[in-house]
Design a protein around this ligand. Structure first.
Ligand SMILES: N[C@@H](CCC(=O)N[C@@H](CS)C(=O)NCC(=O)O)C(=O)O
Length: 202
């Protein structure tokens, strides 16, 4: 049984979605935002952040690494081997380094921080940076698709789409990126994603 420490309204959402896609039994050990977060999670994750995963004797932090592990337990087609396995790693690292920092800069300065702490210039810069990356994604999906690796949904889709969830759910302007929008709409309406979204969105 996977034990996912966190709450669905955090990055644990992605791990819940991954477990649903993988058909792996899991329980959510609720560790929410607030003053008790550090004390509760630091024994599991020395970074003091959610999510963290316990799988038997294995303890993991980093949401996207957790998802790669969950995918590996299920194997293909969710987590293919060989060249396609390398492509899943590529898109996962791209999500973490090229998409998430930009999306978070926009998100913090658009809807996460209290209104008086938001910096419109940082929001605009984050949006512009994210748009540059989404143009790359748009071209990739236009050349293949409907999923990142072609015809089948993989953990690459789960990882990258989940990093873009906040942008998708909070009306980031996807009009210039219709293929990205179609891909995100399809990803977040999969049965496994809907099960995770139900926990997050209530
Ligand atoms: N790179 C980490 C980021 C984890 C992270 O920042 N988690 C947030 C919640 S989504 C958190 O724990 N924030 C509380 C804090 O930093 O005190 C991952 O993907 O797991």
């Amino acid at each position: 049984m996977l034990r996912i420490h966190g709450i669905a309204r955090s990055r644990a959402f992605r791990c819940i979605w991954a477990a649903e896609e993988a058909g792996q039994a899991y329980e959510v050990v609720p560790v929410g935002f607030g003053p008790g977060l550090k004390d509760a999670i630091t024994p599991i994750n020395p970074n003091g952040k959610i999510p963290a995963l316990e799988d038997g004797g294995l303890v993991l932090f980093e949401s996207l690494a957790i998802n790669l592990h969950i995918g590996a337990k299920a194997g293909a087609p969710l987590m293919p081997a060989g060249d396609d396995g390398a492509r899943v790693l590529q898109w996962t690292l791209w999500a973490a380094t090229e998409a998430e920092p930009q999306a978070m800069q926009w998100a913090y300065n658009t809807f996460i921080l209290p209104a008086d702490q938001r910096d419109p210039a940082l929001a605009a810069a984050g949006a512009a940076s994210l748009a540059q990356r989404l143009a790359v994604l748009e071209a990739h999906l236009a050349a293949g698709g409907p999923w990142l690796l072609g015809t089948g949904f993989t953990m690459a889709d789960c990882n990258l789409a989940s990093v873009l969830y906040g942008a998708w759910a909070n009306k980031f302007d996807l009009a210039p990126f219709p293929k990205v929008k179609t891909w995100l709409d399809a990803a977040f309406n999969r049965p496994a994603a809907l099960a995770a979204r139900k926990q997050r969105e209530g």
